[in-house]
Design a protein around this ligand. Sequence first.
Ligand SMILES: *Cc1c(COP(=O)(O)O)cnc(C)c1O
Length: 355
Amino acid sequence: MLNISVELNSDNRKTMPDFGLELGFGKVFSDLMLLADFKNGMWANHRIVPFSKVSLHPASTILHYGAQIFEGLKAYRTAIGDIQLFRPIENLKRLNQSADRLCLPQIEEKDFLEMLTKFISLQKDFVPKTAGSSLYLRPVIFGNDETLGVYPPQSATFMLIASPVGSYYKGGLTPVKILVEQEDIRAAVGGTGAVKAGGNYAASLRATQKAINKSYNQVLWLDAKHKKYIEEVGAMNVFFVIDNTVVTPALTGSILPGITRASCIELLKYKGIKVEEKQISIKDIVSAIKNKTLTESFGTGTAAVVAPIGTIGYQGKDYIIGGNKIGCITQELYDTLTGIQFGNVVDTFGWSYKI
Ligand SMILES: *Cc1c(COP(=O)(O)O)cnc(C)c1O
């Protein structure tokens, strides 16, 4: 057992404050946060304190060398008022893989679960009650040595903050428009693309902004070496339905292994739908759209769960998928996954984790 100290907010809020009609994503926060310090080879000083600014030494590693990794998961309120997480151990495993890649300290599974459980138990009132809303949890680890020396961080901070978020889709699933990016790359094999490092996001913004300026929602990333094979859509994994087989890029070292991605693959196989993980070229995708064998495409990730793709812009042309409508497989995956997350569909996989 960890010794987690608790300092409650002075105004000790017992109900979720009125954040207004629109929760959106990541704009408002719960009233507490959890911190822990890594020093002399171990984690110590676990504390839950009022949500507040974090103070850093001006030479802190995070401010200079990008030593930062994070995770994203949600706490869901079920119809009977229970609070549950979705596969949190997978988030911890991935956090530790990210830590390994960036020479940051790892966290033990039992400690991670204990911190999550204690924190969420104290923040239950911030898990929204409105349909489709949830409490987004953001664990972060950053290097915090107070020196400009360049070496693996000897000191680090663990921080857990929480943000009540609305449903990604206000009026049901809506298809997005994506642009194939042909200059910038998101990640290369051997780099940090397969782990959740903040720096990956920083490097992806320019292309994303360019796509938005051309009235697309997101970027479709190609592989770094050949600029030929499809990797991800924005910060989501990507799927296509071709001839009734679901295909998704294989995890070849530069793709983030999404937990939603893995869950979709398992669900599809369970439902008897054929799934293939393989290299997929953008040329093959465009021909399959043209000859109408490609009927659906979608992105997957914790924030949106499933995002249907209606248009792909490539070399100056827009290619429309499935009449820009939500495909059957896309809709079914969305309904089943959100059903399990909110406790409305029986979880035969053991994915739900009750708080
Ligand atoms: C987090 C993330 C995803 C989605 O992962 P989930 O575990 O499904 O939320 C996909 N791609 C990138 C680049 C990510 O950072």
